[in-house]
Design a protein around this ligand. Structure first.
Ligand code: PLP
Length: 379
């Protein structure tokens, strides 16, 4: 199998599984229990918290464990709105992940006003649009770091500085950026930042939320006293240990993405664009994650090409995995290129640390042959 869908999820690294194993077998106590068998696993939660904090330059106390980034995203916006009950305006973008967009749409039904900032053909925002849209009514801005479909990077530092200067809370969905580019919240005045383990080689079902010290936070999930009363629910110790170990390992990954993954991604992209007629890159050429390429194959239905690629054991996608079972065209490509039917003819290839040059060459060959086959059937 050639797996080029790392923006959907990544494999669990052997070191991560090894670190988790004791907490799936012998050390299964409840960390809130007073006796030694339970209480001793509390300390491994704190080790993991420090490991995740270190990945992003945070203090351990600023990290809350959640079940996934969907929860982290919802919890951040929820907390910001609770902190300013009289401010009922939210700013986000048209290309956010569904975990932000659908939550914002639900809030609109409750009477909140939401601005969905547009992007240009390269997937970039105009910072002037952000400046112009913030008013006295604005409570929170939620803008992602790296787009999951195109890899396009938003200028998060500038966004954070604008929000800070205008007294508005800033939430950043950093899910696709974590472990792929360097992050340091000491240099980035973000208030809330969402992560999920399964995009950087931990298992699915564990997320983290950075909340800057002194930033208002009221829990989305109410329950017991876990996570210092900030997120109820018995901690999933094995998964927390897993995300901690994965975060520790991920600190080493950004240079590998730059030096090893980017050249292979470029080879794949250039190979497809130069050898297959009527193909087009979606997303800014350079302001982009090193591992992602999103390409329109004009005149070809994404789903048809994906099925043929799958028959050759090649995993790619037509956009967000969370929406893969819906018939909707990509909202991201639609926002970038509203004309025509491009959004139904795209393939996203997202490479990983373990992708090889031979795999890339194989995918280039297959894509060319299969696109020719599909186009021949159309004539
Ligand atoms: N945000 C982005 C940008 C994503 O790519 C994803 C997952 O695909 C999520 C949020 C949701 O993450 P999770 O599956 O952990 O809820």
């Amino acid at each position: 199998m050639v797996y080029l869908d790392h923006n959907a999820t990544t494999p669990v690294l052997p070191e991560v599984l090894e670190a988790m194993m004791p907490y799936l077998t012998t050390e299964w106590g409840n960390p809130s229990s007073a006796y030694k068998f339970g209480a001793k696993v509390k300390s491994v939660i704190e080790t993991a918290r420090a490991q995740v904090a270190e990945l992003i330059g945070a203090q351990p106390r600023e990290v809350i464990f959640t079940s996934c980034a969907t929860e982290s995203n919802n919890a951040s916006i929820h907390a910001a709105l609770k902190a300013n009950p009289n401010k009922r305006h939210i700013v986000t973008s048209a290309v956010e992940h569904s975990s932000v967009l659908n939550y914002c749409m639900a809030l609109e039904k409750e009477g909140y006003r939401v601005t969905y900032l547009p992007v240009d053909r390269d997937g970039l925002l105009k910072l002037a649009d952000l400046e112009n849209t913030i008013t006295e009514e604005t409570s929170v801005v939620s803008l992602m770091w790296a787009n999951n479909e195109t890899g396009v990077l938003f200028p998060v530092k500038e966004i954070a500085e604008i929000c800070r200067s205008r007294g508005v809370l800033y939430h950043c969905d950093a899910v696709q950026a974590a472990g792929r580019i360097e992050m340091d919240v000491r240099k980035l005045p973000v208030d809330y930042l969402s992560l999920t383990g399964h995009k950087f080689h931990a298992p699915k079902g564990i997320g983290a939320l950075y909340v800057r010290r002194k930033t208002p936070f009221s829990p989305l999930i109410q329950g017991g006293h876990q996570e210092r009363n900030l997120r109820g629910g018995t901690e999933s110790v094995p998964l927390i240990v897993g995300i901690g170990k994965a975060a520790e390992l991920a600190r080493r990954h950004p240079p590998t993405y730059k030096k090893k993954v980017r050249p292979m991604r470029d080879k794949l992209e250039e190979g497809i664009l130069s050898s297959i007629p009527n193909t087009e890159l979606n997303g800014h050429k350079t302001q982009r994650l090193a591992n992602t390429t999103n390409i329109t194959f004009h005149g070809i239905e994404s789903e048809a090409l994906l099925i043929l690629l799958d028959k050759e054991d090649i995993c790619a996608s037509s956009g967000s995995a969370c929406l893969a079972d819906s018939d909707e065209p990509s909202h991201v490509i639609k926002a970038m290129k509203p004309e025509g039917s491009q959004s139904r003819s795209i393939i996203r290839f997202s490479l990983g640390l373990e992708t090889t040059g031979a795999e890339v060459a194989n995918v280039c060959d297959s894509a060319r042959r299969l696109a020719e086959t599909l186009r021949a059937t159309l004539v």
